[in-house]
Design a protein around this ligand. Structure first.
Ligand SMILES: [Fe+2]
Ligand SMILES: [Fe+2]
Length: 572
């Protein structure tokens, strides 16, 4: 399932555009255009142009047809260059670009025994007064072009391998999930944080691909660590810690198997191996320090630590934004590269400000998404788990459990569809339109973000006690606002609440800011719930909250926001 998003992760557009620009520089070519067809899914076509304007797909399709019909006889009259054949065309009726003097076609063909179809072509327009010989000389002497063609050719094979890569990652994730249920979130949180960091640090697209894969897979070696150790809440013994420490080398080994033969990802195993090295040299496995640690490993390391800080909540107040910022600053220059710390804080600020959302144009794979809808006929509320894939221009929701598809009789019976996912304790909700069902996927469109601010205002991770029908259960509150709050309970309690149709309860929690602290006791009404992995997340509104209690709550929320701002400004 994850495989279909491969092109998105690769940031293919960025990659091609970077190359096209380097190709055009110092060239006689005025325009360069690539038409590239995905070899597995014929419906997905990619075209890239060095120019502002975009050639319509139908024109390109016309060219593909002409090539097929042999109107453009690439095989008979072509020249060859570095294993590629090209043809120079001077018939204006065949030109793609206006005002071309010549157009040069380079065709990409499959070479397998079973499939010799063209999967794309590159077309150059020459507008200046050049002769055929000039053009030929320019092509055969062009080193940029040679490299580019080779890269494009490799890419085609790499795309095929990526499918296998994703299959392996999927399988490992499934096993890891059984051992340690937080793992899929952790992988994804670290990968997303690392991508945000990579963007802020202006890494190139190849580095981004590498950091993405290395973060996704960084802890895969934990597959060899006993579940008791992975899930232990108390402090680990020295022996247990030694066992844990083996995982980064194991991850490296597994990554070596997964990524072997994919040139562009050859370094991924190395980046995973060093994700627990520390800037001061006190990390493991090799005790590398400062620049000895690969830069991408340093980035993954800080993202990994941040996700651990916020998910590890041994006491109330841990894992909050201010707490993480303080911890990052405290460990700047020891655990972390001091140059990365302010960048990480910037990224976190955006995350905690709720500025992070699925940007439709930034294509990503989002696991553990939940699809919520109401069945029009029965009025029942349904939650289905799956993954969100952004493929080309289409968003697809894939079911985790393929049998769930049966639950949906027809798209017409669905009302009020929403998808939601959790990223770093924030719940992101989108209203969606369901377009079609195919295979195990639902195509969705018209994502409209439901602002969480309507109900909530501050990310505030703290423990609470929920009193339900006289019984008290521990919960983890993740967001608190003036009108309501969000909290997490484990699946046993969550399913009990739903089974018994419990809607109201009483929540007790303590808020602490600076030297102020107060215990709140409010009646709540559950209005929505989401199932994420093993946790249920409930969103509740306060009921009949006394005026003075609400005022007091406002005071705390306000203080908390001021406090977070101060922490940001305090940073050097
Ligand atoms: Fe790790
Ligand atoms: Fe990790």
């Amino acid at each position: 399932m994850i495989g279909s998003s491969v092109l998105n992760l690769l940031d293919y557009d960025e990659y091609i555009n970077e190359r096209l620009n380097s190709l055009k520089n110092g060239f006689v070519f005025n325009d360069v255009h690539i038409y590239f067809r995905n070899t597995f899914k014929n419906q997905d076509m990619y075209s890239y142009s060095s120019n502002e304007f975009d050639i319509e797909n139908k024109i390109l399709n016309k060219y593909m047809t002409m090539i097929k019909d042999r109107k453009i006889e690439l095989e008979k009259t072509d020249y060859s260059f570095h294993n590629f054949s090209y043809q120079i065309i001077d018939d204006p009726s065949l030109f793609i670009f206006n005002q071309s003097k010549f157009e040069i076609y380079i065709l990409f063909k499959n070479t397998s025994k079973y499939n010799k179809n063209a999967y794309g072509f590159l077309v150059f327009s020459v507008k200046k007064e050049k002769s055929v010989n000039d053009v030929k000389k320019h092509i055969t002497n062009n080193h940029h072009l040679e490299i580019f063609l080779e890269e494009l050719n490799n890419f085609k094979y790499q795309l095929i391998n990526y499918n296998k890569v994703f299959d392996s990652i999927d399988q490992f994730t499934e096993i890891l999930k059984i051992k340690y249920s937080y793992m899929p979130y952790h992988m994804n949180n670290v990968a997303n944080l690392a991508l945000e960091m990579a963007t802020k640090l202006e890494l190139n697209s190849i580095e981004k691909i590498n950091i993405y894969f290395a973060s996704i897979i960084h802890d895969v070696g934990k597959i060899y660590i006993p579940a008791e150790i992975l899930n232990k809440e108390e402090k680990l013994t020295d022996e247990e810690f030694e066992v844990i420490k083996t995982h980064s080398e194991m991850s490296c080994q597994i990554a070596t198997n997964i990524f072997s033969g994919i040139d562009v990802l050859e370094e991924v195993p190395k980046y995973t191996r060093y994700h627990h090295e520390r800037f001061d040299g006190k990390g493991y496995p090799d005790g590398l320090k400062e620049d000895e640690i690969p830069y991408l490993s340093q980035i993954i390391g800080i993202c990994d630590a941040v996700d651990a800080m916020r998910s590890n909540k041994p006491y109330a107040g841990a894992g909050t934004f201010e707490n993480i910022v303080e911890e990052l600053k405290r460990c700047s220059g020891t655990q972390f590269n001091p140059k990365l710390v302010p960048v990480m804080i910037d990224v976190l600020r955006e995350v905690y400000d709720n500025k992070y959302y699925i940007d439709i144009n930034i294509l990503k794979y989002i696991p553990n998404t939940s699809l919520n809808y109401i069945n029009k006929l029965t009025g029942q509320h349904h939650t289905i788990l799956g993954n969100l894939n952004h493929f080309s221009s289409v968003m697809k929701f894939g079911f985790e459990d393929k049998n769930m598809l049966k639950e949906i009789d027809s798209l017409e019976s669905i009302m009020n569809a929403k998808i939601s996912y959790v990223y770093l304790d924030n719940l992101y909700e989108y209203q969606i339109q369901l377009d079609s069902i195919e295979d195990n996927q639902i195509e969705i469109s018209n994502l409209i973000r439901i602002p969480s601010d309507q109900l909530f205002s501050v990310n505030w991770v703290t423990r609470g006690d929920l009193i339900l029908e006289m019984k008290s259960v521990p919960v983890m509150i993740f967001r608190i606002g003036a009108k309501g709050l969000g909290f997490i309970v484990d699946s046993a309690i969550g399913s009990q609440i739903l089974k018994n149709k419990i809607e109201i309860g009483n929540m007790r929690f303590k808020l602490e800011v600076d030297s102020m602290s107060e215990v709140f006791n409010v009646n709540i009404r559950m209005i929505r719930h989401y199932l994420f992995n093993d946790d249920y997340r409930f969103i509740a509104e306060y009921e009949n909250i006394p005026e003075n209690e609400r005022d007091s709550l406002y005071k705390y929320l306000f203080k908390k926001q001021i406090r977070e701002k101060m922490i940001i400004e305090k940073r050097s």
